[in-house]
Write a protein that binds this ligand. Structure first.
Ligand code: FEO
Length: 398
C-alpha cells in the first residue's frame, strides 16, 4: 500500500524508509535506518524530483502511482546520480515512457554510464539559472558541483519558495512518521546523525558547500527538501548555521575529543588519566576507543570539538592499525582549524606520535600543542608529564 506525506497542497513526499540495511554506501552504520526522499509536484505538469535506492523501489513506485492518480508523469528532475537517488530511474522510465528527464550535461553522461535508458526517452538539458515553467510553478536550476559529486544541482521553486537541495541538509536515520524537522526535537535527537552524515559524505568539500550556501543566501527560501532526512519549513537557520560551521571547519563545541588506540589497555590508561586531569581543570572531554567506535563517528566528533587528542600504541613500527584508519579518515575529510595533542606508546620503539603528526600536518591550520611518549605502561614518573600536557591543553582554551 502507498505511504506518502503531503509537504504542501500540491507537493507530495513519495520517498520511502529502510531499516534493514546494515551499512549505507557499504561503509556507514545506520542503526536508525535511512530515508530516501523523493518529491512529486502536481502542477499543470507533474514533476518528480529524483528517485530512490533500489532497496525501497517497489514502495516508491506504488507511492508515485497513487499520487499521480491516473495522471501521466511529465518531468523527472535528476539532481544527483548517486544510485541511492537514481537506482529506480530505469523502473520509472519503463513505467512512464512519456516522461522528460531534466538535468545537466554531466548528469546525462552519468545516466548512460549507470543505466540503459531507451533512446525514445526525452531529455531536457539545463544549465545554471535555466528555468522551467510547469503551470503555476517556476523551477530554477542551480548548479552545485562537488556537493559532493560533480553533476550535483539543486532546484529552487520560485513560486513556492522551496529549495530541493539534493544531499545537502540531509541526515542518516529513517523518518518515523514525521516529515518536518519541527515535528521532532532535532537538536536533541537528530543533530548527531545529521553531523555524522554531513561530515562523512560531504565534509571534504567545505568550499563547494560554502559556494552553495552563498547561492542559497540570495534566494528567498521558505522550505528545504533534501534527499535524506527531514524537510525544513521552520527555523531554517538551525540547519544553515550548522552547515556554515561544518563547511568552514570551525568547531561547534569547546572541549577535547580523545581517541585512543590501545592493544592491552596501557595507552587507554594514559588517555583516561589525561581525561581526568582535563576534567579536574573544568575542560569538557569525550573519549572513543578506536577498536570499538567506527571511524566515521570519530570523524564526526572531530568536526564537533575544538581540541583533538590522539593516543596510539606503536604497532609493527607504525601506528596501531585501528588508529591509523581513523587518522587517515580524519585527514581525508579535510579537518582544519584544530588544536591537537598526541600520545604514543612503544615497548622497544615508539613511532606513532611522529607518524600521526606527519599525517595530520597535511591539514590546514592544525596547531600541535604537545606530545607524550610512554614505554609499555604508565609509571609514576609519567603522571607529572600527563599532568603537564593537560595544563598545556587547558591553557590553550584561555
Ligand atoms: Fe544521497 Fe550522494 O547520495
Amino acid at each position: 500500500m502507498y505511504c506518502t506525506k503531503n509537504i504542501t497542497k500540491n507537493l507530495v513526499w513519495v520517498g520511502a524508509n529502510d531499516r534493514r540495511m546494515a551499512l549505507f554506501e557499504g561503509i556507514y552504520e545506520i542503526p536508525d535506518g535511512m530515508a530516501f526522499n523523493s518529491y512529486l509536484l502536481l502542477d499543470e505538469k507533474t514533476v518528480l524530483f529524483d528517485t530512490v535506492d533500489k532497496v525501497v523501489q517497489s514502495q516508491f513506485l506504488e507511492n508515485i502511482e497513487a499520487t499521480l492518480n491516473g495522471r501521466s508523469l511529465d518531468y523527472l528532475v535528476l539532481h544527483h546520480l548517486e544510485p541511492d537517488h537514481s537506482a529506480a530511474l530505469e523502473a520509472v522510465v519503463a513505467k512512464y515512457p512519456e516522461v522528460t528527464l531534466v538535468s545537466n550535461g554531466k548528469s546525462f553522461a552519468f545516466v548512460s554510464q549507470f543505466f540503459t535508458i531507451p533512446e525514445s526517452i526525452k531529455t531536457l538539458e539545463v544549465k545554471e539559472g535555466d528555468t522551467l515553467c510547469t503551470g503555476e510553478h517556476n523551477l530554477r536550476f542551480v548548479m552545485a558541483p562537488m556537493v559532493h559529486w560533480p553533476e550535483v544541482m539543486v532546484t529552487y521553486d520560485e513560486t513556492a519558495r522551496i529549495l530541493f537541495s539534493a544531499d545537502a541538509f540531509g541526515s542518516f536515520g529513517a523518518l518515523n512518521g514525521a516529515i518536518f524537522a519541527d515535528e521532532v526535537d532535532f537538536a536533541r535527537d537528530y543533530l548527531d546523525e545529521a553531523r555524522r552524515y554531513y561530515t562523512n559524505i560531504v565534509g571534504k568539500y567545505g568550499p563547494q558547500v560554502q559556494t552553495l550556501l552563498k547561492k542559497a543566501a540570495g534566494l528567498d527560501i521558505e522550505m528545504i527538501c533534501p534527499l535524506h532526512g527531514f524537510v525544513w519549513r521552520k527555523n531554517l537557520n538551525e540547519i544553515l548555521e550548522s552547515y556554515t560551521l561544518w563547511s568552514t571547519y570551525e568547531p561547534e563545541k569547546q572541549g577535547v575529543m580523545i581517541a585512543y588506540g590501545s592493544i592491552y589497555g596501557n595507552t587507554e590508561n594514559a588517555a583516561e588519566i589525561l581525561a581526568c586531569r582535563l576534567r579536574d581543570m573544568g575542560i569538557k572531554t569525550v573519549m572513543f576507543d578506536t577498536s570499538v567506535t567506527p571511524s566515521p563517528r570519530i570523524v564526526a566528533e572531530s568536526f564537533k570539538w575544538s581540541h583533538l587528542v590522539f593516543a596510539a600504541a606503536t604497532y609493527n613500527t607504525g601506528i596501531f592499525v585501528k588508529m591509523e584508519a581513523v587518522i587517515n579518515d580524519v585527514v581525508a575529510h579535510n579537518i582544519q582549524n584544530r588544536k591537537v595533542a598526541l600520545m604514543e606508546n612503544g615497548s622497544w620503539v615508539a613511532t606513532s606520535a611522529k607518524l600521526m603528526r606527519d599525517k595530520l600536518s597535511a591539514c590546514k591550520n592544525i596547531e600541535f600543542l604537545g606530545e607524550l611518549s610512554i614505554k609499555s605502561s604508565v609509571k609514576p614518573d609519567k603522571l607529572a608529564e600527563i599532568n603537564d600536557l593537560a595544563k598545556i591543553i587547558a591553557k590553550s582554551f584561555e
